[in-house]
Design a protein around this ligand. Structure first.
Ligand code: GTP
Ligand code: MG
Length: 195
């Protein structure tokens, strides 16, 4: 796909702030610090479009990135960040769940997990939710540059087993540093949008 335009179209803390048209949206969910915002930057080839941080809890709103005025990539807050108050956690969970459960524009959800670690119970809950909601169940295993290639197969297997992913072809190792699998994922996004 040729990218002609990218813009941060909307930052939403409430449902009433979502864009009000019917453009397809693809959302990226996962634990705080897993690399959602970094994924969006590297995928779009824009270094600091989405704000990232080495500390968890950077993205606190739903950020809608409009591509070519044709579709959106949606960056969500992360879950599972222990060091915030219960109230704050509940607020982020509400934001995420409200978007995922009500948004008619939502065409596909990608779950991001860290390739170095076994997914958490919260990741499993999210993956189950994605499948039960009728989405395909794509998983992006981030930070691939942080492990040796010899570990790839084994780490992907751990992720597949924990999340009970039926088809290993649904999991993509990714690195926002090396952009490994960027082209493959763009092909997948194109297929999603064409469907
Ligand atoms: P929240 O907004 O807090 O939910 O986090 P996030 O999932 O958006 O993570 P973010 O993109 O802010 O990245 C968190 C940290 O991981 C940053 O320091 C990034 O530079 C780093 N990071 C993300 N992806 C990669 C990757 O593929 N490789 C490496 N080496 N670091 C990465
Ligand atoms: Mg973020």
């Amino acid at each position: 796909m040729k990218i002609k335009s990218i813009r941060l179209e909307q930052v939403a803390g409430f449902m009433s702030q979502y864009p009000k048209d019917r453009l397809d949206e693809i959302a990226f969910v996962g634990r705080s610090n897993v690399g959602k915002s970094s994924f969006i930057n590297s995928f779009l080839g824009r270094k600091s479009l989405a704000k990232t941080s080495s500390k968890p809890g950077k993205t606190r709103t739903i950020n809608f990135y409009n591509i070519n005025e044709k579709f959106r990539l949606v960056d969500l807050p992360g879950y599972g960040f222990a060091k915030v108050s219960k109230k704050e956690k509940e607020k982020w969970a509400r934001l995420i769940n409200e978007y995922l459960s009500t948004r008619e524009n939502l065409k596909e959800i990608f779950l991001l997990v860290d390739i170095r670690h076994q997914p958490t119970d919260l990741d499993k809950q999210m993956y189950d939710y994605i499948i039960e909601s009728g989405f395909t169940g794509f998983v992006i295993a981030t930070k691939y540059d942080k492990i040796g290639k010899s570990k790839l197969h084994n780490n992907l297997k751990i992720i597949q087993d924990k999340l009970q992913i039926e088809d290993e072809g649904l999991i993509f190792a990714y690195s926002s540093e090396t952009k490994h699998n960027k082209d493959v994922l763009w092909e997948q996004v194109q297929v999603i949008l064409d469907n």
